[in-house]
Design a protein around this ligand. Structure first.
Ligand code: SF4
Ligand code: SF4
Length: 103
């Protein structure tokens, strides 16, 4: 099932808290910008484009930041988006930020 890149899924995504991204300076910087956009609100849904959000990789299929650590544990299986879309049954079911997914 295709995952939408939506504000609802951005909010539910666990990637921002994931150990794989924890030490990434690039992710930290993007989180700050996301926070600013959310605080200013206005059109946050429109301004959260795929290049700004270091998450929902099950939808976008790629990590923006390169300084992530693939040796840490993926949190996807605990995510509501993952359960709702039955991603356990897809060809790729974890580490969407690293593995290549076909869309
Ligand atoms: S399944 Fe993984 S990549 Fe997709 S929204 Fe959840 S935590 Fe993020
Ligand atoms: S896809 Fe999985 S491993 Fe990658 S950042 Fe999201 S939760 Fe972590």
């Amino acid at each position: 099932m295709q995952v939408d890149f939506s504000m609802e899924n951005i909010r539910r995504c666990l990637c921002l808290e994931c150990p794989v991204q924890r030490e990434s300076r690039c992710v930290r910087d993007k989180k700050k910008i996301m926070l600013l956009i959310t605080q200013q609100d206005l059109d946050s849904a429109m301004r959260m484009d795929t290049d700004r959000v270091p998450g929902v990789y099950c939808s976008t299929g790629r990590a923006i930041c390169r300084d992530i650590d693939p040796h840490e544990e993926c949190l996807c299986s605990g995510c509501e988006v993952w359960k709702e879309h039955i991603l356990s049954e897809s060809d790729v079911s974890d580490y969407f930020c690293i593995k290549k997914i076909s869309r």
